[in-house]
Design a protein around this ligand. Structure first.
Ligand code: KIV
Ligand code: NA
Length: 277
């Protein structure tokens, strides 16, 4: 049965921790759904993870729609959140609703996510929710605001800033957000936000008290090695396995051990083969 917002609300209310990972393609999504992952974020982190950019800024709506479609095909029963890329919602409510609609209409996403909590972002959340689309807020370390934050820095590390995050969570909830992602804050700040919330709070690097836990999949399976944040635990070493497989393939081809003509080649009858002589 396909996961809905009602399932997420029920899990959050029951204290059943929600599992959440990013994915950007069909195969990864398929393995995640098989493993029991309940939510998938098609994150604009795909800019770094699958496109090799240094930031999320260059990612386009078309990139996100294409990736979201692939993820949906791989994980038809999972709650899929489409991440609104830079400048796909900042300009106006109309732009935000139109692009949020594309995630639902063209890619079959269950919800969209947008970053920040400035007055205009709160307005965007309200506009998208009023269009009937589930919206996830995203506060704390918000990469699309990296310029203003002075880089990818943990947030909520002063009482003043932590209180501001609490206010932001409440403002987003009031505006109609269906859930909020909290990124890069101390555990007690994640706890305070979660305790005050009436909607599911998902955390990434926000401690153990949030209703759900998100990680960038390529970090936790040891594929993305340019940089690993403090909050990541490595559950597999897929990068090392890929390197081993690719290296052995190169060696076998160079040294004539692959392919093996009995094992990896198509058959032709002796009669037909004789005609080739
Ligand atoms: O794009 C993404 O993957 C995200 C998470 C890192 C929070 O927004
Ligand atoms: Na993102």
């Amino acid at each position: 049965m396909k996961k809905t917002i009602l399932d997420l609300n029920r899990m959050a209310a029951a204290g059943e921790r929600i599992t959440y990972l990013t994915a950007y393609d069909y195969l990864t999504a398929k393995y995640q759904e098989r493993a029991g992952v309940e939510m998938i974020l098609v994150g604009d982190s795909m800019g770094m993870v699958t496109q090799g950019y240094e930031t999320t800024f260059p990612v386009t709506m078309d990139d996100m729609i294409s990736a979201s479609r692939a993820v949906r095909r791989g994980a038809p029963g999972t709650f899929v959140v489409g991440d609104m890329p830079y400048m796909s919602y900042q300009v106006s409510d109309e732009q935000a609703v139109e692009n949020a609609g594309r995630f639902v209409k063209e890619a079959g996403c269950d919800a969209v996510k947008l970053e920040g909590c400035t007055p205009s972002i709160v307005q965007r959340v309200r506009a998208i929710a009023e269009a009937g689309i589930l919206v996830s807020g995203h506060i704390g370390l918000t990469p699309q605001f990296a310029g203003q934050l002075g880089g990818y820095k943990a947030q909520g590390r002063t009482a003043e800033n932590a209180l501001k995050l609490l206010d932001q969570a409440q403002a987003l909830e009031k505006a109609g957000a269906a859930m909020i992602l909290v990124e890069g804050v101390p555990a007690i700040v994640g706890k305070a936000i979660t305790e005050r919330a009436g909607i599911p709070i998902l955390g990434i690097g926000a401690g153990s008290y949030t209703h759900g836990q998100l990680l960038i999949y390529a970090d936790m399976v040891g594929m993305y090695d340019n940089f690993t944040p403090k909050f990541v635990r490595k559950y597999a070493d897929v990068g090392a396995e890929l390197l081993r497989g690719f290296t052995e393939y190169c060696k076998d081809v160079k040294e004539g051990r692959f392919p093996d003509d009995r094992e990896h080649s198509y058959k032709i009858s002796g009669d037909e083969a004789a005609k080739l002589d």
